[in-house]
Design a protein around this ligand. Structure first.
Ligand code: ZN
Length: 501
């Protein structure tokens, strides 16, 4: 077995090297590359993607995995080897079902889709994107067909982002929280404009914002010897291999929250990647368990820590010192309330904690309807607007601020949005468990002590990488299946206090 395992490690190591190289090129594209480099870069990335895919679904990988399967019975299910063989074999079987010609055609269709979406968005005219979306929906149905039989046509799409999770699981939790969230939001809206957040929209010097953000994430435990921060238009986190995790931040000198919470969010993603065990290096397991588990980490540091009162007790004096002209006369409590203001708004990425999931549920409803064939692309803008009214009580003035606001569908990523909301739910599930294990956790935040939290996450979540399927990991750590109860308890308690409900 030893020899076969070595050959297997070598094969997946080479694929992982190709993928990490693609990450470097992708990072450079968003951080440094001049505009005219786009065409050459897209060719380089396509070539590497082709090499990685053909190596992965090639005969040698198939034979090596086949030869290793008999040894699974002798391995402990928690061992790196067992997880590595079984999870890679599953992924191999999956990728083999999709014809290479389909992969190439889908890549072409979505590249064109994104171009059309950009134009449609800047003209705020959905009809310019509609034919592309029709083609994308058709190809997503065809893709699902490769995995038939399934319970729901959405399941194979979701499985690419959340291995093992089904549309019915998502529907169950969303149906549970929807009426509660809508009711809670209504109670807050009925209170009227009780919070003033205008102090966030004053002028904030970019260098000072940068320094403050670095100070915060260093205290969180972001390791600058295994990572770095740069600027980009759209913030993101990427990993180039063990010991090199990159984050980017977008600064707005007229809106403090943008970089402040954006930096904490990306640091949450990055600390997850920095915490994956070195023994999983150069394998497909050296990443977070899924998008939802990843988002649970980023949103935990951004919201459960970064938007908490104990955190600001430690950091607000320093922020006041940096910006005395804006914050000198603003008390801690007023600042805390400002960064937690709830307001139904049009754009998902700027939504507060209370309304965020409603934006996701709306997209989930529409995706299901489109995939089931109950909603034609042509009717999407109208359906979007009526859902916005139903969930948030507002109607977008145009397509750009409504149905065209997100890039995801144009890139073929139907099923992706769900993971953002699930990340919120998982963050709260983990949080309740953490507070059970470390009762004085939040009083430590008041002294800028975050090591107990990071150590807990490292031990229970990070080090495993993607050895376990996301919901198996959640069950293993919390003892529970996916549930929205902790999240609803959190919202009620936090916003009940802030809004005196
Ligand atoms: Zn994120």
């Amino acid at each position: 077995m030893k020899e076969k395992m070595e050959r297997f490690r070598q094969l997946i190591g080479e694929i992982s090297d190709l993928e990490n190289t693609m990450s470097v090129l992708g990072w450079d594209q968003q951080v440094n590359m001049p505009e005219n480099g786009a065409e050459a870069r897209s060719m380089q990335l396509a070539t590497l993607a082709g090499l990685a895919h053909s190596k992965f679904v090639g005969t040698e990988m198939g034979q090596t995995l086949e030869a290793l399967k008999p040894f699974l019975a002798d391995l402990h299910p928690d061992s790196d080897e067992y997880c590595l063989i079984s999870r890679t074999a599953e992924e191999y079987e999956k990728q083999k079902k999709v014809p290479t010609s389909f992969v190439a055609e889908f890549s072409r269709v979505t590249t064109m889709g994104q171009q059309a979406w950009e134009k449609a968005k800047s003209a705020s005219d959905f009809s310019k994107f509609q034919p592309n979306l029709e083609k994308i929906i058709e190809m997503r149905r065809e893709y699902a067909g490769f995995f038939a039989p399934y319970d729901h046509v959405y399941d194979p799409l979701l499985d690419d982002f959340e291995p093992g999770l089904k549309a019915a699981d998502v529907r169950r939790v969303f149906e549970e929280i929807k009426p509660q969230q809508v009711e809670l939001l209504q109670a807050i809206v009925d209170k009227g404009p009780v919070i003033d957040d205008s102090l966030l929209y004053l002028h904030y010097d970019e260098d000072k914002q940068w320094n403050f953000g670095v100070d915060v994430i260093e205290k969180f435990g972001f390791d600058f010897t295994s990572g770095r921060q740069d600027r980009s238009i759209h913030p993101f986190t990427t990993e180039f291999g063990h010991g090199d995790v990159r984050i980017t931040t977008h600064f707005d000198t007229e809106f403090l929250s943008m970089a402040l919470f954006g930096t904490m969010h990306e640091a949450g993603h990055a600390m997850y990647e920095q915490g994956v065990s070195k023994s999983l290096s150069r394998t497909m397991l050296h990443h977070g368990a899924s998008l939802a588990v990843h988002e649970s980490q980023s949103r935990m540091w951004e919201n459960l820590v970064g938007r908490s009162l104990p955190f600001w007790k430690a950091f607000y004096p320093r922020l006041q010192e940096l910006f005395p002209e804006n914050l000198g006369n603003v008390g801690l409590n007023a600042f805390y309330r400002a960064v937690n203001k709830v307001e139904p708004s049009l754009i998902r990425i700027f939504a507060d904690e209370m309304t965020y999931n409603l934006h996701i549920m709306l997209r989930f409803d529409l995706e299901l309807a489109m995939m089931q064939g109950d909603l034609e692309a042509a009717d999407l803008p109208e359906a979007w607007n009526s859902k916005m009214q139903e969930y948030l009580g507002i109607t977008p003035p145009n397509d750009a601020k409504g149905v065209l606001q997100d890039v995801h569908w144009s890139g073929g990523m139907i099923g992706y949005f769900t993971t953002y909301a699930l990340g919120n739910l998982i963050a709260s599930m983990l949080w309740e468990k953490i507070l059970e294990d470390i009762p004085n956790l939040e009083s430590g935040f008041e002294k800028a002590e975050f090591a107990p939290l990071l150590d807990w996450l490292r031990e229970n979540v990070h080090r495993h990488g993607s050895k376990y399927k996301p919901m198996d990991l959640v069950k293993k750590v919390t003892g529970k299946a996916l549930t929205a109860e902790p999240y609803m308890r959190y919202l009620r308690s936090k916003f009940g206090e802030i809004y005196d409900l």
